[in-house]
Design a protein around this ligand. Structure first.
Ligand code: IVH
Length: 665
């Protein structure tokens, strides 16, 4: 028998996990760090393990997925899931509006609702009396596949809806955020595996899995953009239906706007087009829909698409071009990355002449050769990449890509590991030295301002530095001998280098540039081991005791500290006065948060505010970007605040900020 106290504790914890799921995936306004969430989740799992009678099928822990299924069942959609007619110009769009006007009464309400066209994978979710009972893919529009077992693992899809009618079909897009997609691909590429082509492919690949545990490990989200058949409730307008869904707890497409004129439509289109690269997820156009649902019925449908909606697409960001050559770039870890040199081609306003091929596994997967015509895509600020080879255009003259046997920078022999190529020279290869120092001085590492890549080139090529420790031995006299180096510049640089000496253990670990150890892992290592000595002496087994450190990462860390030359650099760094202060935390209220302050603050100075963030486990940054998680806005906040809203970053005021860190007014 479970005691009343335990049951109460369980229910409270479960409600808390559910609340944070909603905040994170549905409202995009997380209140706690991922690490904090993981702790709550593990506590819940532990309680259910100790008291199995508490666990019910709709517990958040049951999302992780049961046993794999053998094959997908077919599902017939009650109402076909049609596709959309597409237009690419204002004139074509206007022609569509004229056509619907001609089809309707002169005084019919011509309100249109505009939405982003989300580049995801469409799903239909069926709720019976508010409970998710079935999820299916679009399929051929009439018959899709039953993917309930995988969709149940998606944290952003509510398993229960509030105030739901007898039966409700919700339609929308499963999608993956660009930042999540990149993180996943980065991890794959680091492991030497071929990456996913784009977020859309990753999304559909994740939904269409026989094994739901694979789906559960992918950062899927969902956004509703309409309804299928509904029993037990009538809606008059699309906007009412969407409001109803949002109130019921369903995430819906953002940026919905009701409009009446062509000018408003064009302004909306241009606004979304301009913000395309800054959005958290991919969109490929806008969708316009007749708002009045009775008018939709009157307009009806063609065989493939309804007459009451249209997609007004953005210019494509994929182009075909030819691979002229493949070069191998040497990174800071000595890894050789293949880069395709392309016949220059404009893609979405930028001339593209290089595309990454990631690693040898990707070359093999694409079967790309020099001389091939390829499809290249570019999204956001990422390096363009080759999506596929157009084999139909092969002439037989294409040449296979030969991996180099020597490092293109210093001619040292190339080492071949299981999945990658490395320059064997390590510490003496200039490309590796420069890469390592660029990483060492970067913001999330030692944060040495003013030491740009061009100066690193000069310092390394001029023989002034050969490793990070040499930075702390630079003196003004040597610096002033350099071309274009002035007195002021030299002083500023030396001051910045000096200032970087006071740092934290986690920044320092990150700065070392250990293969597979980024900012997050460095922070986890610092927290776990508490001192550099303890980390340096840790066995592979001990290293694996740290959350997120698997065998590959543990080996990499262990190998790094086993190398004499790395230990020497570390000793020199410490000898020159680099000190690793442990920030004393007052609480973990801001753990995992990356905070931006904008506008005026009334109770704190900016410096105090930054200090408060650090004291409560968070970090601050000056610019609003994907990595920021929280914006504290005061009076007069302007562009940064707009940008935060566009990116869907949570925004709070100074009072709320102070309340969170236990300093209420
Ligand atoms: S409404 C009758 N709204 O685009 C079709 N679809 O090319 C009703 N899509 O299969 C669809 N964003 O999966 C609609 N805001 C949006 C959308 C959207 C993306 C997808 C949808 C559909 C495809 C049509």
């Amino acid at each position: 028998m479970v005691s009343e106290t335990i049951r109460k504790k369980y229910e409270k914890l479960r409600a808390e996990v559910e609340r944070h799921d909603t905040l994170y995936f549905i409202l995009s306004a997380p209140e706690i760090s991922d690490a904090h969430y993981d702790r709550l989740y593990r506590d819940l799992e532990r309680l259910e393990h100790d008291y199995p009678e508490l666990r019910t099928p709709d517990s958040p822990t049951q999302r992780v997925g049961g046993a794999p299924i053998e094959r997908f069942e077919k599902v017939e959609h009650r109402i076909p899931m049609l596709s959309l007619e597409k237009v690419y110009t204002k004139e074509e769009f206007r022609a569509w509006t004229e056509r619907i006007k001609a089809d309707l009464d002169r005084d019919a309400d011509n309100t249109l609702v505009l939405e982003p066209k989300v580049d995801g994978d469409s799903l239909e979710l069926v709720y019976e009396r508010g409970v998710l009972v079935l999820a299916s893919t679009r399929g051929d529009g009439r018959i899709g596949e039953n993917v309930t077992h995988t969709v149940r693992t998606v944290r952003g899809i509510p398993r229960r809806l509030k105030n739901a009618p007898e039966r409700l079909e919700v339609r929308g897009e499963a999608y993956i955020r660009i930042a999540d997609f990149r993180a996943l691909n980065r991890a794959l590429v680091e492991k030497g595996a071929p990456p996913f082509a784009n977020p859309r492919n990753l999304t559909s690949g994740s939904i269409k899995q026989l094994d739901p545990r694979i789906t559960a490990s992918r950062p899927l989200r969902f956004m509703a953009h309409g309804l299928g058949s509904v029993v037990g409730r009538k809606f008059r307008r699309h906007m009412d239906a969407m409001q109803f869904l949002a109130d019921a707890g369903m995430p819906i497409v953002d940026d919905l706007q009701a409009v009446r004129t062509m000018d408003e439509i064009e302004a909306y289109y241009q606004r979304l087009l301009a913000s395309r690269d800054r959005r958290p997820y991919e969109i490929d156009g806008i969708v316009a829909k007749v708002d009045d649902l009775f008018l939709r019925d009157a307009l009806g449908a063609r065989s493939k698409s309804p007459r009451w909606a249209i997609a007004y697409k953005f210019p494509a960001r994929e182009e075909t071009t030819q691979v002229l050559a493949v070069d191998w770039q040497v990174g800071r870890t000595g890894k050789l990355t293949p880069v395709a040199r392309l016949r220059p081609v404009p893609i979405g306003g930028v001339t593209v002449s290089n595309a990454t091929l990631h690693n040898p596994a990707q070359i093999q997967k694409l079967d790309v050769r020099v001389g091939d015509w390829v499809l290249v895509t570019r999204s956001g600020d990422v390096i363009p990449y080759v999506v596929q080879v157009i084999t139909a255009r092969r002439t037989g003259k294409e040449r296979p890509i030969e991996p180099p046997s020597r490092c293109p920078v210093d001619g040292a022999p190339v080492e071949v590991t299981e999945s990658d190529l490395f320059c064997s020279a390590r510490i003496s290869c200039p490309a590796q030295i420069k890469g390592a120092i660029e990483h060492f001085k970067s913001r999330a590492a030692m944060n040495i301002e003013g030491l740009g890549p061009e100066w690193i080139d000069v310092l390394v090529d001029g023989g002034l530095i050969a490793n990070a420790a040499d930075l702390y031995r630079l003196d003004k006299k040597r610096l002033l001998e350099l071309d274009r180096m002035g007195d002021k510049l030299a002083s500023n640089l030396l001051t910045a280098i000096e200032a970087s000496k006071r740092t934290t253990l986690s920044r320092f670990i990150n700065a070392l540039g250990i293969l597979h150890v980024g900012e997050a892992t460095a922070a986890a290592l610092a927290e776990h081991f508490g001192s550099l000595e303890a980390l340096m002496d840790a066995s592979e087994e001990e290293l694996q005791g740290v959350a997120d450190v698997g065998p590959v990462v543990a080996r990499s860390i262990h190998d790094f500290f086993a190398r004499r030359e790395n230990r020497t650099v570390i000793e020199k760094l410490l000898a020159s006065g680099v000190s690793l202060a442990k920030p004393r935390l007052k609480s973990r209220a801001l753990e995992g948060e990356v905070v931006v302050f904008t506008g005026g603050l009334e109770r704190l100075t900016r410096d105090d505010a930054r200090r408060v963030v650090a004291e409560h486990g968070g970090r601050t940054t000056d610019s609003v970007s994907q990595s920021a998680t929280l914006v504290v806005a005061g009076p007069g906040a302007g562009r940064k605040l707009d940008k935060a809203r566009q990116l869907g970053i949570k925004t709070i005021g100074e009072d709320e900020f102070l309340r969170r860190v236990g300093m209420p007014s």
